[in-house]
Design a protein around this ligand. Sequence first.
Ligand SMILES: N[C@@H](CCC(=O)N[C@@H](CS)C(=O)NCC(=O)O)C(=O)O
Length: 214
Amino acid sequence: MTDVAKITLYHAPRTRSSGVRILLEELGAPYEPRLLNLKLGEQQKPDYLAINPLGKVPAIEHGGVVITEQVAIYLYLADAFPAARLAPAIGDPLRGPYLRWLAFYGSAFEPAIVDRSQGRAPESRGISPYGDYDAVMSAIQAQIAKGPYLFGERLTAADLLWGTALRWTTSFGLVPATPEITGYFERIVSRPSARKVGRLDHELTAAQEIAAQG
Ligand SMILES: N[C@@H](CCC(=O)N[C@@H](CS)C(=O)NCC(=O)O)C(=O)O
């Protein structure tokens, strides 16, 4: 019988689902990872496409409901476990900025980064969802400058998303590794939750590489 209280996390190590796993650890939420080996193309198998038709991780299942897309998952989980205080509640003056920076991640930062990685300039400022790359980077850098977290002293789920994302985007050379950006994401990725997920991902990656070699 399915345990409705338990969250299923569709996870592939060292991907965007690692950030969600960090969030689950921070929340102390009961969860079970369901592993996908991307090297074997398991994300494109019918079983998984029935969960996420885009064939992407992360996805979660909770109480019979499937949620895909990082931003939706962070919002959902942080609200579902309020005791961890990672989501400013409705009515809190920080709720609007919190929603803004989560949405900014998905609707401006990721498209800007993907275009950058492909060496594509946005077609035109008017059509692009983010305007231009420099404007996106200036906006997030100004927000980080409030420090130590996006909203000053208050750590939220948005920091877990941004901290993990800025680590991989700087390591791919897509975002400048300024001392402010590096200092910001180090505060996030040095947390015990992130270190634990890093260790687990290391083991999972090794096992998946062996499996992929056949
Ligand atoms: N829009 C998705 C993007 C997720 C995504 O790009 N996931 C990558 C891993 S980091 C993936 O699943 N790649 C596998 C593939 O495309 O085959 C979200 O925000 O959750």
